[in-house]
Design a protein around this ligand. Sequence first.
Ligand SMILES: [Zn+2]
Length: 323
Amino acid sequence: MTPIRRSPKRGGIDLGGTKIQAIVVDAQNTVIGQARCPTPHDGGPEAVADAMAAALREAGSSAGVEPSSLRGVGVGSPGEVDAATGAVSNAKNLPAWTESFPLGTKLSGALGTRVAVGNDVGVATHAEYELGAGRGHDSVLGVFWGTGVGGGLILGGKQWHGRGSAGEIGHMVVKRDGARCPCGNHGCMEAYAGRSAMESEARRRVEDGEHTDLFKLMAKHGKPRLTSGIWERALDHGDKLAEQLIARAVKALGAGIASAVNLLDPEIVILGGGLGVRFGERLSPEIRRHMEKNLFDHEHPPEFEVAALGDFGGALGAALLVA
Ligand SMILES: [Zn+2]
């Protein structure tokens, strides 16, 4: 039997709470095909896996390759990922996904090639380190500001996972006994800066009689939640409540990032995620200023950059899992 010839092309899938981004890259990590679809909210993990396979097939057809001829497909997934088996459990922001689900095995069967699964924030940090703003650096702190606030670490040129839960920068305590965090603890950075916590706070303040156009904009644009685009529109309109909540988030990010930098002393901090990419140019000078204010070593702040790979960062990092 002749062995199957595998093309050097690879696939990458970034699984998010709202969308699935699939790409096909060539040997130089250039994106040669891509497809995007909403994350299904009915049907649980099976439906999500089906949508992921369909998105990858579409990306493959736009690149002119069959998924089965790819060298492999990498997946960046939220939740607890067993890298050895490709199983995922406790995928927050994805409905009905608490139990362990064999995501890697399912996709491998559907696509006819090997599939490797990694943590979404970890792979996105790795992508910035290999291909983006972190190139040439030995130590990187990735901060992904979105629905929650995730963190990824490269130390001495290697990803640091701890015992599996390292990098949870969103749960650095920035205020003792402070606001309740979606994780159940109090005073976490994410309790002030996560998009989900910011939306809850905006609703509370509206109930207390404060005025904002945030929810009118949300309805007008047919969004189910306060997306990064809605926050941006509100800022552009000079919405006072939006300005206050964003300023509060920026201070929390500055304090939390500074604490992580004081502990780890990385060469560069890279700000990514939905809100991070959307507001990078606009807010990173302020986030940086609040970070620097809280540094122990004021003479040697780390570099501070916005993620260079933008929306494709997660999918590119996923594709690197099978490089
Ligand atoms: Zn927390």
